[in-house]
Design a protein around this ligand. Structure first.
Ligand code: UD1
Ligand code: UDP
Length: 378
């Protein structure tokens, strides 16, 4: 029997680890599974877990209002050591590039446990963008023993850093498994999104990145305002991240804006339902850059750099930064030029095939990947 500890703390980690956790739970006696939420997020994580039918065996409840990553890291390290001592896992699994991931990988390494990193090998090569995620995932990279990369490009990045080839598995991104799972669930049990857009085109917006806080974030909000003012037949819907550094500028700049709807963060099933209804997506999110191409929705990425260039190369995602004129120009083009829009509104399968969870669990439980590595199809 393998003792496996899975740790997550934020909304995207729960979404992307759900397929792995569900599969590990199905392993019966072959796996003794402990699921630990660090509670880096609270409300946003609770809603997500409910939508994904996820439960945690341990909840460290670490979130504090307006937390600083340094303070959170301190709390995480102190809280994870006793968890590792109690559970004594053979393998600890963490996903992505949050503070929870850096702490879990480091604490696992220090406890002498095999560390598995899901969504390994993403890089911009700029340690300040995204901040602090680029460093979080590099720390996870140097401490991990098993590297589950979404794409061949991510594998090559790790090989270039000296990670032995036999420790790297190209699994695809588990977000595609999660998306397929939630779409089946939504089809059986629609979450009832009651947004009446009165025939307007839906532009779905999310933005929350720390490296944009301050001037760039305000500029990005100004751009959203201008788009809403320019196009009477669109409605911008923005589920606003609960970080106070996001809430304040968004409400100040967009609070009274016609055709901009600021709403609470949505549970995953409702959010995916809106994504399916969307005409265009404006986001700085990592996960949404992966989900929207799988649904054929064009994306403008409100960041200066992305570690997910595959969909950009496929021509369905554009990196537009946080400059107001650039965002307005690129969005206006897609909202008024049908052929430019059609060129980007294509479903591509560059991040996964829905079998990433299966591949990861094969490696964790049997020591090798029996399913062939993920291959993209554009
Ligand atoms: C974190 C991750 C980021 C990820 C994002 C996903 C780090 C450094 N950042 O950023 O990589 O893209 O999660 O959303 O790990 N808050 C609530 N309720 C919640 C969640 C957050 O009130 O359910 C507020 C709190 O005031 C909290 C603040 O948001 O202190 C920031 O949360 P934190 O997890 O530190 O950073 P995020 O910006 O959410
Ligand atoms: N998401 C959600 N509700 C929302 C906004 C996003 O469920 O209101 C989902 C989205 O589908 C994606 C994930 O949350 O899977 C992205 O999380 P976030 O943008 O917070 O983090 P990132 O991906 O940038 O790390």
């Amino acid at each position: 029997m393998k003792r496996v500890l899975v740790v997550f703390g934020t909304r995207p980690e729960a979404i992307k680890l759900a397929p792995v956790i569900h599969r590990l739970r199905d392993c019966g006696d072959a796996v003794a599974l402990t699921v630990c939420s660090t509670g880096q997020h609270r409300e946003m994580l609770d809603d997500t877990m409910r939508a994904l039918a996820l439960t945690a065996d341990l909840d460290l409840r670490l979130m504090q209002a307006a937390q600083h990553p340094t303070d959170l890291l301190g709390r995480l390290m102190l809280a994870l050591r006793p968890v590792l001592e109690d559970v004594r896992p053979d393998v600890i699994l963490a996903q992505g590039d949050t503070t929870t991931v850096m702490a879990s990988a480091l604490a696992g390494f220090l406890a002498g446990v095999t560390v598995g990193h899901v969504e390994a090998g993403l890089r911009t090569r700029d340690k300040r963008s995204p901040f602090p995620e680029e460093i979080n995932r590099r720390v996870a990279g140097v401490t991990a023993d098993l590297h589950f990369t979404p794409t061949a490009r991510a594998r090559d990045a790790l090989l270039g850093e000296g990670v032995p080839e036999e420790n790297v598995y190209v699994t695809g991104n588990t977000v595609v498994d999660a998306l397929q799972w939630i779409r089946r669930r939504v089809a059986e049990n629609p979450p009832g999104d009651d947004l009446d857009l009165q025939g307007r085109r839906l532009v779905l917006v999310t933005a929350h990145r720390r490296e944009s806080f301050g001037g760039p974030f305000r500029e990005l909000c100004e751009a959203l305002r201008e788009i809403a003012e320019r196009f009477e037949d669109v409605e911008l819907v923005y589920p606003v991240h609960l970080n106070p550094n996001v809430q304040k500028p968004v409400r100040e700049i967009l609070g009274d804006c016609r055709r901009v709807r600021l709403i609470e963060p949505l549970p995953y099933d409702t959010f995916v339902t809106l994504l399916v209804r969307a005409y265009l997506v404006l986001t700085d999110s990592g996960g949404i850059q992966e989900e929207a191409p799988a649904l054929g929705k064009p994306v403008l990425v409100l960041r200066e750099k992305t570690e997910r260039p595959e969909a950009v190369a496929a021509g369905v995602v554009r990196l537009v930064g946080t400059n107001r004129e650039r965002i307005v120009a690129e969005a206006s083009r897609l909202l008024s030029d049908a052929s430019a829009y059609a060129a980007m509104a294509r479903e591509v399968n560059v991040y996964g095939d829905g079998r990433a969870g299966e591949r990861i669990v094969e490696v964790v439980t049997q020591g090798r990947m029996f399913t062939a590595p993920f291959e993209p199809s554009v």
